[in-house]
Design a protein around this ligand. Sequence first.
Ligand code: GAP
Length: 512
Amino acid sequence: MRDTVSIDEISSFCKRKGFVYPSGEVYGSLAGFWDYGHLGVELKNNIKQHWWKQFVHMRDDVVGIDGAIITHPKVWVGSGHADHFEDILVECNSCHIRLRADHLIEDTLHIPADSLSAKKIDEILSKHKVKCPSCQKGTFQPAMRFNLMFSTQVGPVTHQSSKAFLRPETAQLIFTDLRLVQDNARQKLPFGIAQAGKVFRNEISPRDFLFRSREFEIMEIEYFLHPKHFKKCPFFSSIKDRAISVLSAEAQQKNKKQKITKIGELVRQGSLKSEWHAYWLIQMYDWFLSLGVSEKHLRLREHLPDERAHYSSACFDIDYAFPFGWKEIHGCADRTTFDVEQHQILSKKDLRIFDEETKEKVIPYVIEPSQGFERAFLAFIFEAYNYDKKRGYVVLHLHPSLAPYKAGIFPLVQNNDKLVLYAREVYVRLKDRFVCFWDQGGSVGRRYARADEQGVPFCITVDFDSLKDKSVTIRDRDSTKQIRIPVSELVEVLENLLAQKISFKEGGKLIN
Ligand code: GAP
């Protein structure tokens, strides 16, 4: 089912069920901006918390920060974003719509155009006599560069000197705060600083639902290494033989497909310049696998040399097989010493950090795993979405750690005070430990269907026997099987089921 479901179907499902709404829809909505509904906000928090727990809390070598969205404008000069954070756009001579040039070429001519110069774009559009897809009439004015940063004014006076920018990535304040964080958190090289939060990019043509938004969230780590000893990673032996589907730069240049490659081979060939880069790619790749994304829907893609961002000497994406093609959901870049060096030059401050081992002050070398939240959200939803023909509705097979509600609690009937009262007692007991919901409307079958569509892994029904034997029925979303367990064991069993420490059958007495 996943392969045939379209992005429009997912978008309308997300709206219908309360995951995501177009922002400001009552006024016609604003392209590229989205609001998260009552289920969306829970799923969002679960994804972010899972990422943060795994890559910050569970590690000794990574700490977090939460920097400002609007910061000193020189940060974006130092980082290079003021000059280089651009896409190329073309404007129609007739209707004056502005389009992202590489998307126009890819959509109309079906040739990759990610890294083309403005000159090359003009040549291609004129050679193929490409017409404006909006008015079907016009040709295009010469291609021009467009900076993607949103600007704003700080303070009451509108003047060039009060102009500031909304951050387009979370990385930069990690670099400018580096010395403070290292000193205060007493971290020794190698170590990482993580940040998760909102970023803003004035995308020329936002599209594909959340995939290309103008306001979105990034969860990323800047991992700092000694600049002379950045190649060797002590964990490399445990990952070097991992065989993964990889689309190399060479394969893209020769129009070939991805092939299974050992990650160690990419380091040996020099596509990855550091074993640490391989290590972080695998950590992020495995994060998707651990949350239920099928390996056949993932691949690594090497950036072409002229596609890489201005700060990067090597970059690999994790791509997901969306029904609209393989697309980047994660970017892992080798940022060298570029950023800290640039901030040191511009600020004229000593931004070097002290390395305990070599007893020298150094500008650290950086590997950056960067995870776009919205694209992770989409991959998890696509992976989970399944129209179940037998049940006659969509079942959302979300991983239990991600599911917005962990359990639904239903009294078998709603017109029996004793039964409803006991069911409420069970509900209150569970609510203290899990995010769960109460539903007493309609038949139990209808309530199961509603819960399945929302991705609720387990539903608990309190029936007339429960009043006598103090037991309840738990129903499993994925198999529809049911077990009977004493209420006294409910919290523990549910905890183990959600953590996947026991199978459903091990949870209690199977009754169907
Ligand atoms: N600090 C590095 C950085 O920002 P990036 O590749 O520009 O790198 C990181 O962005 C991730 O953010 C991407 O892998 C993608 O998941 C996500 N992303 C980028 N642009 C996006 C957009 N317009 N809408 C939603 N997610 C986006």
